[in-house]
Ligand binder design. Structure first.
Ligand SMILES: [Zn+2]
Length: 326
């Protein structure tokens, strides 16, 4: 009986692989560096080997796996299983992930956007359980988004629905890898907030963080900003305030479009929690449409970095069932 599922979360730093049973309880997990700089073939081989080793550890064979889901960052051709382009992955264009994996493993494979598999995880098993209108935002290195509207995960014409990181906030803003400039994700993301902080220091402002890193601004991390905020550092507070507010203005637009009942904030930067989100809420309080906003709660994700693997596996199961019932 094929009663197991695999979920893979492909990130720029790590590949995370988990095997789940029928009830989506985790049977085993493997994490391995992506080694992204060696290009697509190298990364695909690493995923393949990681899966093979994990199956051996669990005394399972590829035949025991019903299907596999993968969360992949960047622009995808979801129906054809191709990763077209990924901004943080060099030598990575038109990579036929699904065909490659199915050839090497013989397991039916499905890919989806990394923010969307996180949404799947939190919607099915986490903070968004039993909800019909969910907006997920992933605050990581960059800013991702995905949404469930009226009980369905939305994709749009090219699978890009929910890409809130590229909402234009400034006509003449920071350049973005998408080709535009002034995109929300260039400000509200780990890279974005650190750049905002750096620009303030370079303009002559002082912060306790500069002492911590001996004035090496490249060594500043998002966690340091939180720590300095807790110590009452005025520049850390100002940076958090500006970034949280900007997220609020961005979310006002998203809010009117999707009318969510819950907004789940995930990704590594969500550890900032209310230090950041209190300013987001302030803007929404005064600017979001009143009736839908009063029916919506904003929470942080509960599954941590396991949401991607779980969501990828659950999403694959649904797509496999949809194929068979079609
Ligand atoms: Zn952009």
């Amino acid at each position: 009986m094929k009663t197991y599922y695999i979920g893979v979360d492909l990130g720029g730093t790590n590949i995370k692989i988990a095997v789940f049973d029928e009830g989506f309880r985790k049977c085993g997990e493997k994490r391995t560096p992506t080694e992204v700089k060696y290009g697509s073939e190298h990364v695909l081989v690493r995923i393949w080997h990681g899966i093979t080793e994990l199956l051996e550890e669990l005394h399972l064979k590829p035949e025991d796996i019903r299907c596999m889901g993968m969360g992949v960052p960047g622009i995808l051709d979801i129906p054809n299983g191709i990763s077209r382009f990924s901004p943080n992955f060099p030598k990575w264009e038109e990579v036929p992930i699904v065909a490659w994996m199915e050839n090497h493993l013989g397991i039916p494979t499905f890919i989806d956007n990394d923010a969307r598999v996180n949404l799947y995880g939190e919607w099915k098993f986490g903070a968004g359980k039993n909800r019909k209108n969910v907006l997920m935002i992933t605050l990581g290195t960059g800013l991702g988004g995905a949404a469930v509207v009226d009980g369905r995960v939305i994709y749009g014409a090219t699978g890009s629905a929910g890409e809130i990181g590229h909402i234009n906030m400034f006509r003449q803003g920071r350049k973005c890898r998408c080709g535009s400039s002034g995109c929300l994700g260039r400000y509200v993301s780990a890279l974005g907030i650190l750049r905002t902080f750096r620009e303030k220091v370079e303009a002559g402002r002082q912060s306790v963080i500069c002492e911590w890193v001996n004035d090496d601004l490249n060594a500043v991390t998002a966690d340091m900003l939180s720590r300095a905020y807790d110590e009452g550092d005025p520049l850390a507070i100002e940076t958090m305030h500006e970034t949280g507010e900007l997220l609020g203005y961005g979310l006002c637009a998203v809010f009117s479009l999707y009318n969510p009942e819950i907004i789940i904030v995930g990704g590594g930067m969500s550890n900032m929690g209310d230090r950041l989100l209190q300013y987001t809420r302030d803007v929404l309080d005064s600017h979001a449409l009143r009736i839908p906003y009063s029916a919506c709660t904003i929470v942080t994700a509960v599954l941590g970095d396991a949401a991607g693997m779980l969501g990828a596996a659950a999403c694959a199961k649904e797509r496999m069932e949809a194929l068979h019932s079609a």
